[in-house]
Write a protein that binds this ligand. Sequence first.
Ligand code: AMP
Ligand code: ZN
Length: 138
Amino acid sequence: MKKENCIFCKIAAGEIPSCTIYEDEEVRVILDLGPASKGHALILPKEHYDDVCSLDAKLAAKMLPLAARIGEAMKKGLGCAGFNLVQNNGEAAGQTVFHFHIHIIPRYDGGPDIVSWTPGISSAEDLAETGEKIRNAM
Ligand code: AMP
Ligand code: ZN
């Protein structure tokens, strides 16, 4: 299903032009218009899913190997040293376009430094309590 007024539905369908680096019947991979680094790409399913929670499982299984293939091509074609896969779910997590997508962000020696956080501190009790809350909710 497509969602009306969803920009990624329109890009994935080819109704809005994009720099496409891969396409098949289920997905389109485009270059991000506001790249975090040179070559930053997005995997977009052609069907609309708001986020990973509603994503079709078969499609999900296809996207990780595709992301790896594109990351390898970035290393070969752009000379990056590595790459991050980033996938935001919900506004609080930084999602700005509510059509599922996976970011593939090339990482070059010398920067830019992008996906990072300062490690916090957690006691064994904290971890046990937190883990139990998640396990009980599954
Ligand atoms: P997120 O914050 O995870 O929802 O990521 C949305 C991404 O989409 C951002 O990195 C934007 O730069 C990118 N973006 C938004 N509109 C377009 C567009 N028309 N073409 C390509 N990338 C886009
Ligand atoms: Zn959409």
